[in-house]
Design a protein. Structure first.
Length: 197
C-alpha cells in the first residue's frame, strides 16, 4: 500500500503475464486516476511526471519480464472511472512520460558511446607514446633497466585503455536494456477497470 496525501493507493504486488500478443500485463490499483501523477507537478496532464512510487513499481515489474511488450491495467473505484476522453488523455500522458524517459536513456547511451570513442583515441595515443618511449629506453639503457622500463611502459599504456574497453564491453549494455524497457512502456496499451469488475 502506498499513502499519497490522505488517500491510500494500493499497488498490486503481483503482475500477471498474458500470452496473447506476448504482452505482459502490469496491474496497478489507485484511488483516483490523478494519483498516477506527482501531486506537486503543475505541468499540463501530458508532460506531468508520474508519481515516483508508481513509476518505480511499473519499472520494477517491467524489468522482471522480457521487454517484448507490456500492457498496463489501472484499477480504479467505480465512482472514479474516467470517461473515454479522459482515459485517452491519461493513457497518452503515461505513454508520453515513458517516451520522455526513453529519449533521456538514448541521450545517456549516445553520451557514453561518445565518451568511449574519445577515451579510446586518448588511450591508443598514450599506448603508442608508451611503446615508443619503451623502445627508446630499451636501446638507450643497459639491458636489465631498459627491458624493465620497456615492459613497465607497455603495461601502463595498456592499463590506460581500461576505460574504453569497459565502456564498449560492459557499460553500454544496461543502458541499452533500460532503453528497450522504456521504449516498450512508451507504446503499451492502457486500460481502466473498475475495482471489483
Amino acid at each position: 500500500m502506498l499513502g499519497i496525501g490522505s488517500t491510500i493507493v494500493l499497488v498490486r504486488s503481483q503482475s500477471r503475464s498474458r500470452s496473447e500478443n506476448r504482452l505482459h500485463q502490469i496491474d496497478v490499483t489507485v484511488g483516483a486516476p490523478t494519483q498516477l501523477f506527482h501531486e506537486l507537478d503543475p505541468s499540463p496532464l501530458v508532460g506531468r511526471d508520474l508519481d515516483e512510487r508508481i513509476e518505480s513499481y511499473i519499472l520494477d515489474c517491467a524489468r522482471e519480464m522480457p521487454a517484448t511488450g507490456y500492457s498496463l491495467v489501472l484499477h480504479v473505484p467505480e465512482s472514479a472511472m474516467p470517461d473515454s476522453s479522459a482515459s485517452g488523455a491519461l493513457s497518452e500522458a503515461v505513454r508520453t512520460y515513458f517516451a520522455y524517459r526513453r529519449d533521456e536513456q538514448a541521450r545517456r547511451l549516445r553520451l557514453l558511446m561518445s565518451e568511449g570513442r574519445q577515451a579510446l583515441i586518448v588511450g591508443l595515443a598514450f599506448l603508442f607514446i608508451c611503446g615508443a618511449l619503451g623502445l627508446v629506453a630499451l636501446k638507450a639503457l643497459p639491458t636489465p633497466l631498459g627491458a624493465f622500463l620497456n615492459e613497465g611502459l607497455l603495461i601502463i599504456g595498456w592499463v590506460a585503455n581500461w576505460r574504453p574497453v569497459e565502456i564498449f564491453l560492459y557499460d553500454w549494455r544496461p543502458l541499452r536494456r533500460e532503453w528497450k524497457v522504456m521504449d516498450a512502456l512508451s507504446r503499451m496499451p492502457i486500460q481502466f477497470r473498475a475495482t471489483g469488475a
